[in-house]
Each structure stands twice: as C-alpha cells, then as structure tokens.
Design a protein around this ligand. Structure first.
Ligand code: DHB
Ligand code: FE
Length: 279
C-alpha cells in the first residue's frame, strides 16, 4: 500500500536560486537559511520517497488574474521550469507520473473538490527551489504531482478547506494500489508582504504560533478567515495555505523531525519544518 512517510513545509523566495547559482550558502546573509536543509536531506535519505505531492501557488506562470483556479493539479509526464526569478542557467525538468496524478485527481473529484486538471504545467520558484534545496544535485530521485492553490487573488480557499484538501490527498494516496513512499511538500509563507502600504511586513509572533500549531494542533489556523490570515501574515504570507494542505495530509499526531526559522530572506520570514506521522 502506498503511504505518506512525512511532510516538508518551507518558504520559497526566488533569490534562493541566485544564491545557489553563486554558491552563497556560507555567506553570512544566507547561512542561517541554508543551514536548515542538511537535516532535511539526511531525513530524505532515510525515508527514500518515490513521489512528492508538491503543493505551492503559481506566480503568474500558468494562471494569471484573468483565469484563476482555486485548486489545480498537474498530470504531465514532466514539468519544466519557467521563472524570471530563478537564476540557474540550466535546470533538469522534474519527472511527473501521469497515472498517479490521475488517480489523485479522480479521488479528489469524487470527494467533491473542483479541480483544474493540467496536462501541461510549468513550475516556478515556488516548486523548483524547495526541490533544489532538498536534492541539490538536481538528479531528481522522485516523481512529482504538483498541486497549485490559489493564494494570489481573492477569493482564496479557506484554511479549513485547504486542510480538508490535504486530508483528502491522504485518503487518495492510501487507495493507490502500489507501494509508493510519498512525501507531501507545502511551500510558501511564512509572513511577508511584497507590495502596498505594508510592504516588508513580517509577523514573527504569528509565524511561531503557526509553526507550533503545525506540530501540536493543526486546526488552529482554520479559526481565521483568509482576510484575517492576510492581516496576520501579509498578502503573500497567506501562502501558508499551502502548508495547511501539506499538514492536512499527515495524521493529527506527528513527530517533528526538524524545524528552522530565520528572518529575513529577501522580504520573507523563512520557515522550514519536517514532520513524520506518529503511530
Ligand atoms: C519573495 C517571496 C515570495 O513568496 C515570492 O513568491 C517572491 C518573492 C521575496 O521575499 O522576495
Ligand atoms: Fe511566493
């Protein structure tokens, strides 16, 4: 039986790509961020996933403001990068698994989630950079099933709905006939705001409470409306909805394998967690 062996939640910032390209991992600005990742890689070497359900938000590459699906899922054989913020000259495409993507899509639609199904999908910094941080040689040992959540244009799906989507993903994976080992990765957040009067806004107090809820009470964030989450975490901090999907795919009780929190990377409070199912 396929099973979810754990979850990784991490921020995504395009400048990380440039830092990788320039080899700035030990630069004083970047070190506290990059130092978060060796334990993630050690854990991945131990749990040896075959598949990553990669939950992020598209930043205008596939969907623009004229057409904005609430949830979209890739079902392509491979996914190429296209992102003005990347900075690494050549990047191998991520392998997909259309059969598993369609199994996931069929299960989620059967559970009444309305999805946009994408037989072609480009991936941006929100997907590629977390993958490159996990597998720096970029010889991807996993197939990815990308899930895009609208964290960009109101109305956004609620935290409660994102959490339920994650729970439905877990049920879908459990029903796969194979024995794949699956990691669910949610990228984005934590608090940041790139535009408007509050540009540069960061809320450490909220971020740390949110990370604590990921460990011990994942329903905590579902008490907030999406407008409240924007107030608390910023217009882009609401990308934490992707963390809610990933967390929903894990059981209520988890063990924290690792976490890191560092302010700022570019304009963003960078959070990182690795969680394993308990029991
Ligand atoms: C930044 C953060 C993001 O989430 C993003 O998508 C783009 C840029 C930043 O802090 O620079
Ligand atoms: Fe983003």
């Amino acid at each position: 039986m396929a099973r979810i062996v754990g979850g990784i939640t991490t921020s995504h910032v395009p400048a990380i790509g440039r830092a990788i390209e320039k080899g700035l991992q030990d630069d004083p600005y970047w070190k506290p961020f990059f130092d978060g990742f060796p334990p993630v890689r050690d854990w991945l070497a131990k749990v040896r996933p075959d598949v990553v359900v990669l939950v992020s938000n598209d930043h205008g590459l596939n969907f623009f403001l004229d057409k904005m699906p609430t949830f979209a899922i890739g079902a392509a054989p491979e996914y190429h990068n296209g992102d003005e913020g990347w900075g690494i000259p050549s990047l191998p495409p991520l392998p997909g698994d259309p059969v598993l993507s369609w199994r996931l899509i069929e299960s989620l639609v059967a559970e009444d989630f309305d999805l946009t199904t994408c037989q072609e999908m480009m991936l941006d910094h929100a997907s590629m950079l977390p993958m490159a941080l996990c597998w720096p040689d970029m010889k991807w040992p996993v197939r990815v099933l990308p899930v895009c959540v609208n964290t960009v244009q109101a109305p956004l799906p609620s935290a409660a709905r994102c959490y339920r989507l994650g729970q439905a993903i877990a049920r879908a994976v459990a029903a796969w006939p194979g024995d794949e080992r699956v990691v669910v990765m949610g990228t984005g957040g934590l608090s940041h705001q790139l535009d408007g009067e509050r540009a540069g806004f960061i809320n450490k107090d909220f971020d740390l409470k949110f990370m604590e809820s990921m460990r011990s009470g994942p329903a905590w964030a579902t008490r907030f409306s999406t407008v409240e989450l924007v107030q608390l975490a910023g217009t882009q901090g609401v990308e934490l909805l992707n963390w809610m999907v990933a967390r929903g795919a894990l059981p209520e009780k988890v063990r924290e394998v690792h976490s890191n929190y560092h302010i700022p990377i570019s304009n963003t409070a960078a959070g990182l967690m690795v969680l394993e199912p308990l029991g």
